[in-house]
Design a protein around this ligand. Structure first.
Ligand code: DC
Length: 225
């Protein structure tokens, strides 16, 4: 059965999942698996092909053409779409929207499931996403549900995007976040929801370091790592 440790971190966009997961995986020497990047890469592929990311016939038909691979460069996950490193290209607002669209399609979720699970079979992992504790790794040793208010999450995402030189307003980021929150939590296929045995962490009033320290303490207490 499970010989390796798995920590699942789920929650809405901008709650700090990826930063917490990255930092914690470096501390614990676990590998960090960002499952959102996989949906983003598929979203990007629909854009390359000029296919509507909501098209429930055309998107599944593209899946056999898609090969995803993860690589780790200096401990940082890079995602390759048919051999091309698309780690930066998947971080645009358009790719975020398309990722949310394709992630509602059951065939897309089924396509990624074994790929995602495979990492936990031979590594200690921290995996972040929306359905890691509920669907992907229901036997994870620890499940964290990391949230914050939409305003706090939009503010963080806005600062990140401005720092990258993107031309966005706070209002646009907040609106995009609200649309995705609603879409991700109301879809029929594996909606965003906490697992019954998840530990809730609300990061609204915490900075990143406090959030990392808090989750670190929970991991130590619950699973002794
Ligand atoms: O975490 P993120 O923002 O990179 O995720 C991009 C989109 O992918 C998001 O709208 C929800 C979806 N997603 C999902 O449905 N299941 C996951 N395990 C991870 C992401």
């Amino acid at each position: 059965m499970m010989n390796y440790h798995a920590i699942a971190i789920d929650g809405p966009s901008g709650a700090g999942k990826s930063t917490v997961a990255k930092e914690l995986s470096a501390l614990l020497k676990f590998i960090y698996i960002d499952t959102g990047a996989m949906y983003r890469a598929i979203g990007l592929y629909t854009a390359h092909k000029g296919v509507d990311a909501n098209d429930r016939e055309k998107v599944p038909a593209l899946l056999p053409e898609i090969k995803l691979e993860l690589g780790f460069i200096d401990g940082v996950q890079h995602i390759f779409l048919n051999g091309e490193d698309v780690s930066d290209k998947i971080r645009t607002e358009e790719a975020s929207k398309r990722a949310s669209d394709v992630s509602a399609i059951p065939e897309v979720r089924a396509f990624l499931l074994d790929f995602q699970r495979s990492f936990a079979q031979s590594n200690n992992v921290i995996m972040d996403g929306r359905d890691i504790g509920t669907v992907v790794l229901p036997n994870a040793d620890l499940k964290i549900f990391l949230t914050a208010t939409a305003e706090a999450r939009a503010q963080r995402r806005y600062i990140e995007q401005i720092a990258k030189g993107m031309d966005v307003t706070y209002e646009q980021v907040l609106e995009g976040m609200r649309v995705r929150d609603l879409q991700d939590s109301t879809r029929a296929a594996a909606p965003l929801k906490p697992a019954d045995d998840a530990v809730f962490v609300d990061s609204t009033e915490m900075d990143l370091q406090q959030t990392i320290d808090h989750v670190r303490a929970i991991a130590k207490e619950r699973i002794g790592v």
